[in-house]
Design a protein around this ligand. Structure first.
Ligand code: B1M
Length: 221
């Protein structure tokens, strides 16, 4: 796809223009462009720009919400195609996913879920503002291999620790791996809270989940 189309995708997010974001996504599918290319080279770059402008005080909350709406419009078009690519093959593992309590950022988490699904994981997405006990209860219910916890705020990162503790308390920690991510999260933080790994973006979350599944299989064989 020509670079100017990726640039238009990026701009549609900055402008908070859902219709443009959606029609560019449809156009990209018609042209056989891999959805992940459009996400990484177009839309996500727009979101980064929005975040930078917000941090500099050049954009305000309503603008950021409009950008999030545009991102959702693009994802609504691309997500089914990503899922279709994943659904055609056998399952790689069961993942429970959510954004921590107190945090309503969902776009990165949705992207992680979509990419995991596209790579044959069965994903149970609990949504946003999820209490730690709910992660643990769902992990037990669906016999999860992995619990993935997203946090976008420095104030809600600490709730990732609460999820680790909830799984420990429920006696699930030995058989459930925990991965954490989100803009303020680091490897060091993951180690500090005794998670099994940190991924900086959706593709790395897939690689990490695949590695952890290998470890799980080796530990039972
Ligand atoms: Co908010 N917000 N926001 N926001 N927002 C940030 C996070 C912020 C960095 C903006 C800024 O100041 N530059 C800042 C946080 C500062 C901090 O804590 N250090 C911030 C703030 C302050 C706030 C409010 C407090 C604003 C206010 O009310 N005054 C408020 C908090 C609300 C709450 O949660 N309680 C708020 C609200 C919102 C909106 C509702 C308007 C909207 C979210 C809408 C929605 O999700 N439906 C929003 C948005 C859009 C953003 C920014 C601009 C973009 C986030 C995003 O979607 N990025 C963001 C700035 C930024 O991050 N640059 C910002 C695109 C997405 C693809 O990336 O989410 O990072 P990201 O996900 C990546 C990776 O992080 C990783 O993979 C993803 C894909 O590659 N990843 C994982 C994420 N989860 C993972 C899990 C994994 C592995 C990897 O494993 C489980």
């Amino acid at each position: 796809m020509p670079n100017h189309t990726f640039a238009a995708m990026r701009q549609s997010i900055i402008d908070g223009a859902p219709d443009t974001a959606s029609s560019l996504a449809q156009q990209s599918l018609a042209e056989d462009i891999a959805p992940i290319e459009s996400i990484n080279n177009g839309y996500v770059l727009g979101m980064h720009n929005v975040g930078e402008q917000f941090a500099r005080g050049q954009m305000f909350l309503p603008d950021m919400m409009a950008s999030a709406e545009a991102m959702r419009a693009a994802m609504a078009v691309l997500d089914p195609e990503l899922r279709r690519l994943g659904a055609e093959r056998p399952m790689a593992g069961v993942v429970v996913l959510g954004t921590t309590k107190g945090d309503i950022h969902e776009i990165g988490k949705i992207l992680v879920g979509t990419m995991l699904t596209a790579h044959r994981f069965q994903v149970h997405d609990l949504g946003v503002d999820v209490a730690s006990e709910k992660f643990a209860a769902k992990a037990r219910e669906v016999k999860a291999d992995i619990v993935g916890v997203s946090a976008l705020l420095t104030t809600t990162m600490r709730n990732q620790r609460a999820v680790v503790e909830a799984l420990e308390k429920e006696g699930l920690r030995a058989r459930v791996k925990i991965i954490v991510g989100g803009a303020p999260v680091t490897h060091r933080w993951a180690e500090e809270i005794r998670a099994d790994g940190y991924a900086k973006d959706a593709m790395n979350a897939v690689v990490l989940a695949q590695e952890l599944m290998q470890q799980k299989l080796l530990s039972v064989s």
